[in-house]
Design a protein around this ligand. Sequence first.
Ligand SMILES: *Cc1c(COP(=O)(O)O)cnc(C)c1O
Length: 364
Amino acid sequence: MIPFVNLTAQYKSIQSEIDNAIKKVMSETAFISGKYASLFEKEFAQFLGIKNCIACANGTDSIEILLKAMGIGIGDEVIVPAISWISTSEAVSSVGATPIFVDIDNDYYTIDINKIEEKITPLTKAIIPVHLYGQPVDMEKLMDIANKHNLKVLEDCAQAHGAEFNAKKIGTFGDCASFSFYPGKNLGAYGDAGAMVSNSEDIIKTARMIANHGQEGKHNHIIEGRNSRMDGLHAAVLSVKLKHLNTWTNQRIANANNYNSKFENSNLLSPKVINNGKHVFHLYVIRHKNRDQIMSVLKDNNIESAIHYPTALPFLECYNNYEYKFSDFPIAYQFQQEILSLPMFPELDDTSINKITSLIKDII
Ligand SMILES: *Cc1c(COP(=O)(O)O)cnc(C)c1O
């Protein structure tokens, strides 16, 4: 059996480091925020080359809290891509704003930058580019549009830890950025965890208050906030794993190149990387018109695969009230019928890639 991801293999490769880190947290009972969360915040900010990081409970809260910290709420519009995990648009609605979907680019699958301006209205306050599957958005072009229209930019980096555009880490281009450390992400905790990063002291100060019941100092509740803090156990695990992230990213890229070379000269679309981009391959997503057939043959051969995502955001039942038609987002609509995510994790070996690719090539 070839799994889609293999977190057991990763744990075994660093087991003593992880076990020791967990034991320390337990013996020091540093369970919530505290020493280990602060340490991870410093390390992750340093990794990105950004001033501030706030460790929080998950990568959905982080988007929502950052939107609030930038003053976005009822009556505002926020531009998001038509393809993403639902958190991106869900967080917009959660603060009372309206998600405005933009179709994706047919080659790189991230937001189509050329279609953003036609969606901007006097109510538009922000853009959330998503570095989907680990592919960086062209942040220079995106920032030009945002600056021209005086819009805030919140980068959704949940799938793209360590990805770069023009040799600069994504998450450092916009006003602020959100990360998820869901276990299956490129950098994953052992449960839910997330982070907010920014060079802006104002955004960070407000976001930190919101994530900790609106407190500035203990029992000094300046505003009503919420509880969204990172557990010490997750922070300690993340500190251990962060040291290995570059190695794991290189292994993901090598696996993607291996897949690509096997699919050369076939009629299957393998992922392309944007010019001047470093793609970190959270997912390896192929396109083919016989997607369903490929998926079922893989399944018959005990190989896991998945679809990210079966339904583009505007077509989800929860957005029926907007009454979108498939023709409103033609690229996303075609895309959702053709995509398939193949097994992708650092420890995936050549034998498995050979097996997967030869099975697929037989079908197509
Ligand atoms: C995983 C993910 C999130 C949300 O992260 P959680 O930690 O699961 O809340 C947000 N956006 C995208 C694009 C994601 O893939």
